[in-house]
Write a protein that binds this ligand. Structure first.
Ligand SMILES: NC(=O)c1ccc[n+]([C@@H]2O[C@H](COP(=O)([O-])OP(=O)(O)OC[C@H]3O[C@@H](n4cnc5c(N)ncnc54)[C@H](O)[C@@H]3O)[C@@H](O)[C@H]2O)c1
Length: 324
């Protein structure tokens, strides 16, 4: 294993986004020759990129991964590709046609072009959504994906399978990373599908009772964004190929516990109010088995939920102050 990033040329689709911007920061620590970002700024932003946008190594292209000509131009110039551009789960549900174009069609073209231009390795952002409601906890990578009911989860699984097939047929090296519930600074705050943490932080700011829909027993496996970025870089450094690997914390946290920790780190004594949940949540539990990531990537989450929520709160309240 050697520093593959030093003096190499890397493309990152979706690099202006939440996780992508942290991956760029992490890559720059290993002195690449060039980092090209393609992002249409649907959800990404210049604000996310402010730590590196003026770095001469970084080239930001405001463009769409559905633009095959642009994709080919960028891929023909690089050694490695991180493919992170995607629509969110609810956006895919709201517009499956667009989901198809971005998640499937563009990923297909990307894989073909990586093969054509002999890209050395692709790191593909997959998701725990491929499992749907798993049958085993902690959930290993060998869990079956048949309980997924979402377009998004199906598309991510198809992407994994596409890269597997291209490895088998053409020898294109890749690693698929199945992220669990990623959180941290730069999480989307104003979007239509704002995360529950941000809603609760607003309640803390406004000293209003935070609402929990249902009994708060739904669990998630929260993993801090910088740890996810480190897993991405480790997947490139490592000689591993043709593997799908869970990236989580291996800690199961209920929504109720999440709120308790969020209130604690913000010294808040607010009492939550419970409301009837009218929506059906098909995924009531998430817990990642991360032994494969530990073994193959040397991955070890470094930020626990309390510290991570402290960082998130600090970032969010500062951002709100600036905006007024
Ligand atoms: N955040 C999570 O908890 C999570 C969990 C599992 C998987 N993932 C996956 O990780 C990757 C990064 O997610 P994120 O949380 O940073 O989301 P994000 O929305 O912040 O990042 C995705 C980026 O892709 C860009 N993008 C979308 N469509 C595009 C297009 N057609 N052309 C070019 N750019 C486009 C967006 O503007 C955005 O900057 C995605 O592939 C996502 O599916 C995220």
């Amino acid at each position: 294993m050697h520093n593959k990033i030093y003096k190499s040329r890397i493309l990152i689709t979706g690099g202006a986004g939440f996780i992508g911007s942290f991956v760029v920061e992490e890559l720059l620590l290993s002195n690449p020759e060039k980092v090209i970002i393609i992002d249409n700024l649907l959800r990404g932003s210049f604000d996310n990129m402010k730590a590196f946008i003026h770095n001469p190594v970084v080239e930001f292209i405001e463009g769409d991964v559905r633009d095959v000509v642009l994709l080919e131009k960028c891929i023909s110039e690089v050694d490695f590709v991180f493919h992170m551009a995607a629509l969110r789960i609810n956006a895919c549900a709201a517009n499956p046609q667009e989901g198809f174009e971005v998640m499937l069609n563009a990923t297909f073209h990307l894989a073909e072009l990586c093969m054509k231009h002999k890209v050395k390795k692709v790191i593909y952002s997959s998701s725990a959504s491929i499992y749907g409601l798993a049958q085993h906890f902690p959930t290993p990578e060998t869990e079956n994906p048949y309980d997924n009911q979402t377009f998004y989860g199906g598309a991510k699984l198809w992407g994994e399978q596409l890269f597997r097939n291209f490895k088998f047929m053409y020898g294109l090296d890749y690693v698929a990373l199945r992220y669990f519930n990623v959180y941290g600074p730069r999480m989307d705050t104003d979007g239509k599908y704002t995360e529950v943490m941000i809603r609760w932080l607003d309640c803390i700011r406004e000293e209003k009772a935070p609402l929990i829909y249902g009994d708060g027993s739904t669990t998630m496996d929260f993993v801090y964004v910088r740890d996810v970025a480190k897993a991405n870089v480790a997947a490139l450094w490592s000689d591993v190929t043709d593997e799908a690997i869970n990236v989580g914390n291996c800690v199961e946290t209920s929504l109720k516990q999440l709120l308790e920790i969020l209130l604690k780190v913000n010294n808040s004594t607010l009492i939550p109010e419970f409301r009837e949940d009218n929506t059906v949540n098909p995924v009531s539990r998430r817990l990642a088995d991360i032994s494969k990531a530990k073994k193959i990537l040397g991955f070890c989450p470094t930020v626990n939920l309390e510290k991570g929520l402290y960082e998130l709160s600090d970032w969010y309240f500062k951002k709100k102050k600036v905006k007024g």
